[in-house]
Every structure is written in structure tokens, then in C-alpha cells.
Design a protein around this ligand. Structure first.
Ligand SMILES: Cc1cc2nc3c(=O)[nH]c(=O)nc-3n(C[C@H](O)[C@H](O)[C@H](O)COP(=O)(O)O)c2cc1C
Length: 191
């Protein structure tokens, strides 16, 4: 069902409501945004991630990742990043400018790891090789990679993205609408 909200006072909370829903509902299209960052040479890099937690009051989005993955080093060097969400159901694109911090140890990481380690995803964070490591030519299958013994310690990390600004675009037969918003600002833009 398409919703057609009119005012910033209606649209802004609905954006956060949809983000919150996406963090809880694996079928929500906003569950898997693209996170774009800059690599060491300033070149763009981007990948799909799963939205895990949303704190609308703090303006924070949380993701899980492997502390050894290239994106972590990128975000530690350049915390500025973009998240892009698209939902065909809503006809909404959301581009979110964020500043990222990655937490690799401490009570928050260990508390969340207690839950993740019971799940099917645990192996992702126990692999002996970091994500993106080059495998020998003969081991080009998932099975070969999995044959390696699991690492004794996890490399699970929590990625917090603090929202700075959003660019909301609604596609509609009645006319597309676009706005740029931050905590206290709402500017309508040409689509
Ligand atoms: C549907 C989907 C969901 C994904 N979710 C995550 C995730 O939540 N965290 C993560 O680190 N990588 C996730 N990945 C893998 C990343 O897209 C990426 O391949 C990997 O993290 C390595 O990225 P990097 O080399 O830029 O660090 C996901 C991939 C897909 C296809």
C-alpha cells in the first residue's frame, strides 16, 4: 500500500519508522542498504550491509561487520560515508550522509556477540582469513574456504553510523518529490 504523506512533520517520523521496521523485518527493502565509503586513494567503494539497529532519538544506525574487512580500515581513516536505501513498496529512495565509528572490543561488542555467536552468521566472524583475502587458485569454492579451521577468537565488530543529513526522494505518478533534511532543517528540492 502506497502512503502519500504531505508535510515534513508527517514524512520525517515515517522515514525513521520505516528504518526501525527495516532493522526488525528481514523482508523490508530497507534492510539491506548500500554503504559507500572512500578507499585509501580517495576512490569510491561500496557494498551491501544489513541494518541491525535504529535509534531515531540518537539519529544512529547500527551494522555488524568483520573488524578485518577493508571497509573498517577505510572508515577508520575517513569516517564520512553514505548509505543508500531503496524501497519499491514505498517508492522511496533515502540517501543518508553519515559519520561512522567502528567498535571492535568492549562490553557492547561482547554483549552483541553473545547473540550472534548462537546464529548461523557466527562463522562469518570466525573465519581464519579476513574478508577479501586472495585464496589459492585451486580453492575457488565456498567449500574450500570453509575447510579452514575456525579462528579461536571472533572478529565481530559493531559499526555505528551517526546520521548527519538525509536526501529523501519519492517517485510518484502525481509528481516526484524530494527533500533534504537534517535534525532541524527541511528543504524541498527539485527531484
Ligand atoms: C545481502 C547482503 C548482506 C550483507 N550484509 C553485510 C553486513 O551486514 N556486514 C558486512 O560487513 N558485510 C555484509 N555483506 C558483505 C558485503 O557486501 C561485502 O561483500 C563485505 O563486507 C566486504 O566488504 P569490504 O571489502 O568493502 O569491506 C553483505 C552482502 C550481501 C550480499
Amino acid at each position: 500500500m502506497k502512503i502519500h504523506l504531505q508535510t515534513p512533520e508527517e514524512i520525517r517520523p515515517q522515514i525513521w519508522k520505516e528504518l526501525g521496521r527495516a532493522s526488525l523485518d528481514r523482508h523490508h527493502e530497507w534492510r539491506t542498504p548500500v554503504l559507500a565509503s572512500a578507499d585509501a586513494d580517495g576512490l569510491p567503494d561500496a557494498r551491501t550491509v544489513v541494518l541491525r539497529q535504529v535509534d531515531a532519538v540518537a539519529g544512529q544506525l547500527t551494522f555488524y561487520t568483520d573488524s578485518r574487512s577493508p571497509k573498517v580500515a577505510q572508515l577508520q581513516a575517513q569516517a564520512s560515508a553514505m548509505l543508500v536505501f531503496w524501497s519499491a513498496r514505498l517508492s522511496w529512495q533515502l540517501r543518508v550522509r553519515v559519520t561512522c565509528s567502528v567498535i571492535t572490543s568492549g562490553p557492547e561488542v561482547e554483549a552483541l556477540w553473545q547473540g550472534v555467536k548462537q546464529s548461523a552468521a557466527a562463522g562469518d566472524y570466525l573465519s581464519p582469513l579476513p574478508p577479501g583475502a586472495v585464496l589459492p587458485p585451486s580453492s575457488g569454492t565456498a567449500d574450500a574456504a570453509k575447510a579452514n579451521a575456525p579462528a579461536p577468537t571472533h572478529s565481530f565488530a559493531v559499526l555505528h553510523a551517526q546520521v548527519l543529513q538525509m536526501d529523501w526522494l519519492e517517485l510518484s505518478r502525481e509528481g516526484h518529490r524530494r527533500a533534504q533534511l537534517s535534525a532541524n532543517i527541511w528543504d524541498w528540492l527539485t527531484p
